[in-house]
Design a protein around this ligand. Sequence first.
Ligand SMILES: C[S@@+](CC[C@H](N)C(=O)[O-])C[C@H]1O[C@@H](n2cnc3c(N)ncnc32)[C@H](O)[C@@H]1O
Length: 281
Amino acid sequence: MTGTDFEHFSRLALARSGLVLKADKAYLVQSRLEPIARALGLPGVPELLERLRAGAPEPVVQRCVDAMATHESMFFRDTKPFEQIAAIAAPELVVARSPGRPIRIWSAACSSGQEPYSLAILMQELGGLLGGRRVEIIATDMSEAILSKAREGYYSDFEVRRGLSPERLKQWFRPSGTGWEVAPQLKAMVSFHKHNLLDAPAGLGVFDIVLCRNVLIYFEPAGKAKVLERVATAIAPDGVLFLGSAETVIGLTSAFVAPIGAQGFYRPCTDGVAPVARQTA
Ligand SMILES: C[S@@+](CC[C@H](N)C(=O)[O-])C[C@H]1O[C@@H](n2cnc3c(N)ncnc32)[C@H](O)[C@@H]1O
């Protein structure tokens, strides 16, 4: 792997996905691209990088960029955002929205689907509180391969045991082969679409709640800011944004503010002032 070919791929991955690949990630590039090189009948990763620099077909470029993403996820990851949706965001929306209007939630960078299906379970459990309002969950990721897995809604024993209580597993999944399949009523609440967070979210509509978690950690500050500004165009003025526990808007954008006392969630901000009336309880 020559320095020039690695640097070219690193620039390509940054421009296409926002993912930062510095020289200390050479081992990751080697291990993630090795199977692709082999599948293409190439001797190894150096030859694949060389081909990418010479101008490989688009599907090969996309596959290589997608391979650099980390898809780690789990059901009800970090717990707190789900508690805050139940205790703060959902009750607010019930008051603020007319009963005929669906509550719209965006799981941005949804990976293999654990996050959107967790949201679907939560919203089913909140059923009474929502007063019959329909819930639409739009789940997006840049990787078509991981979206296919998410759409299938099939999880191994190991995957369902990460974050799901036995009660939730029993109620919302059915045994299938050696694993578990998500119940049809949850699948019906979620639609999966390919979307790159660096692009304008045109066509996805306006959301009441956005979860964009554990993806910005892989971006450099300019990329994080760009994504947050894109997300700001797709969130209702009284909407709520949840980031991952290691992520923040602070120092990146003025499009969102952290309400005083809030942990891990943000409000859109059009005038630079924290929305006092909508702070945490
Ligand atoms: C670590 S997973 C996070 C999954 C989930 N949000 C969670 O917190 O469990 C990160 C996901 O971000 C996706 N991703 C990375 N860069 C992206 C981009 N530019 N646009 C859309 N998705 C991206 C990856 O494909 C991967 O599935």
